[in-house]
Design a protein around this ligand. Structure first.
Ligand code: UD1
Ligand code: CA
Length: 476
């Protein structure tokens, strides 16, 4: 039997006033996706032919975001937000061919699981209902629509809190804002919605009473886990959702064999990939397309954004964006890896080192206090403490190449474009702008000279002069 035709409608036109933000509510981020991104990802389980997202408040911004994350979805403009029923009506007007099942989701329920969407749709279609609402029993139903059932437990209607009697307010079973409908019956009911309610809006929830009043069967699907139905109205709720999603993500990784020392302080985007035996120390944030291979140790106190970490590497107290850390490489503490950093096997980036667009070959070392910008460093080369790769002439960026097993002494400036050959040495304190051929020593320092008796003559009576005097006495 072929699947019933399905259409998904996501409601994302509201402003979300209580967020008090210049950013529309549905675009707020939550561990790797926006709120609407999470909802679309859960809605994918409905395997719909067509996805419509109703946009309104800052429609340009929301539409641009959809173009990035869900180019297959069709944005439909609801110029004035006259209610959830009005929003769905406009969506279906834009999709005259939509038949079969229409799945409607509020854009602000990011913890919804794909399995729940699928189960709701299957239950709805198997029961042959005209409409099915996802409901949840909650401890505090404040602000939510209440599910009102008749004596035999059948859904009668959904009542918004502001329109509810005290008895209805006492109900703790609430509408999650996620539904499945028969497309034709939904269209018909939407055309009959009134605005006679406290907000003067067309409520999608009124569709249920309209359907039951003419004898169409409707149903309630109770969410297996009430947490999934939590909406987001202000930033306190957003922070609460983030902590719940963090726990969900971390529990899944722990079960998959990843060590997480302190799950309360490991913030891992849903888009990140970790291998078994990866180890996450306290206070870490892993975002975007970050991947961590087996046996690698991350943290404590580390942020990895779009960073790839190889097997057995360690990345300690580091901030990394767009870097590739090779197997068994070591990074940190206090390192800053910027985009285009690529570290080979067993390469080392040590304390207070910043790298950008820099490739380090296998076993190459930059152990201390160095800036490496726009450089290729060969395998086993060693860059001394305090070396600066001067890549910028004020107008353009230039490249530096350091050959295999070259040795750059401390406090050197390599003025790009410049090349240090394989096995070459650079004397500490040099400023190199002409390059050093393979196997040569490059040195640009002035010769040292000592002026005898200088302290006694120029700084008489100081502690330094006293110390110099005592040293001279001991020599005698
Ligand atoms: C809605 C439900 C309520 C349910 C709650 C769950 C109605 C009338 N009430 O209430 O029963 O318990 O969700 O969170 O549906 N939107 C539009 N266009 C509009 C109005 C809203 O696209 O004209 C979008 C919003 O952006 C949001 C969603 O619809 O994503 C829900 O809107 P919201 O105003 O938050 O509805 P609630 O009052 O929370
Ligand atoms: Ca809401």
């Amino acid at each position: 039997m072929s699947q019933t035709q399905r259409t998904v409608v996501v409601l994302a036109a509201g402003e979300g006033k209580r967020m008090k933000s210049a950013t529309p509510k549905v675009l707020h981020p939550l561990l790797g996706r926006t709120l609407v991104g999470h909802v679309l990802s859960a809605a994918a389980a409905a395997r719909a032919e067509h996805t419509i997202v109703v946009v309104g408040h800052k429609a340009d911004q929301v539409t641009a975001h959809l173009g990035e994350i869900a180019p297959e979805a069709t944005p439909v403009l609801q110029a004035q937000q006259n209610g959830t029923g009005h929003a769905v009506r406009i969506a279906l007007e834009a999709a005259p061919d939509a038949a079969g099942t229409v799945v409607v989701l509020n854009g602000d329920v990011p913890l919804l699981r794909p399995d729940t969407v699928e189960a709701l749709v299957v239950a709805h279609e198997q029961a042959g209902s005209a409409g099915t609402v996802l409901a949840a029993e909650v401890a505090d139903p404040t602000g939510l629509g209440r599910v009102v059932r008749d004596a035999s437990g059948r859904l009668e209607r959904i009542v918004e809190e502001r329109d509810a009697s005290p008895e209805v307010r006492a109900v703790r079973e609430v509408n999650a804002g996620i539904y499945a409908f028969d497309a034709a019956l939904l269209r018909e009911a939407l055309s009959k919605l009134s605005t006679e309610n406290d907000q003067g809006e067309e409520y999608l929830t009124d569709v249920f009473e309209l359907l039951t009043s003419v004898g169409h069967p409707v149903g309630v699907f109770v969410a297996p886990d009430a947490e999934e139905t939590l909406g987001c109205n202000d930033r306190a709720e957003l922070a609460g959702l983030r902590a719940r999603l963090r726990d969900r993500v971390n529990t899944a990784w722990l079960r998959a064999g990843v060590s997480i020392f302190d799950p309360a302080t490991a913030w891992i985007d849903v888009t990140v990939t970790l291998e078994p035996d990866a180890q996450i120390e306290p206070n870490c944030r892993l975002t975007g397309r970050t991947t961590v291979a087996a046996g690698a140790v991350i943290g404590p106190d580390t942020t990895l954004e779009d960073t790839t970490v190889g097997e057995g590497a360690t990345v300690l107290r580091t901030h990394s964006i767009g870097a590739e850390v090779g197997p068994a490489a070591t990074v940190g503490p206090f390192s800053y890896l910027r985009p285009g950093t690529r570290l080979g096997r067993k390469a080392k980036v040590g304390g207070f080192v910043e790298t950008k667009n820099a490739e380090l070959g296998d076993g190459a070392k930059v152990p201390h206090l160095t800036y490496v910008g726009d450089a290729t460093i060969g395998a086993k080369a060693n860059i001394g403490a305090g070396t600066i790769f001067a890549n910028y002439d004020g107008v353009n960026k230039h490249h530096t190449t350091v050959g295999e097993a070259a040795f750059v002494g401390s406090d050197t400036v390599l003025i790009a474009p410049v090349e240090i050959g394989p096995g070459a040495y650079v004397a500490a304190g040099s400023a190199i702008d002409k390059g050093v051929p393979a196997g040569n020593l490059g040195v640009t320092r002035a010769q040292q000279r000592n002026i005898e008796g200088w302290t006694e003559r120029k700084r008489p009576g100081t502690v330094s002069a006293d110390a110099a005097q005592r040293a001279a006495d001991q020599q005698k």
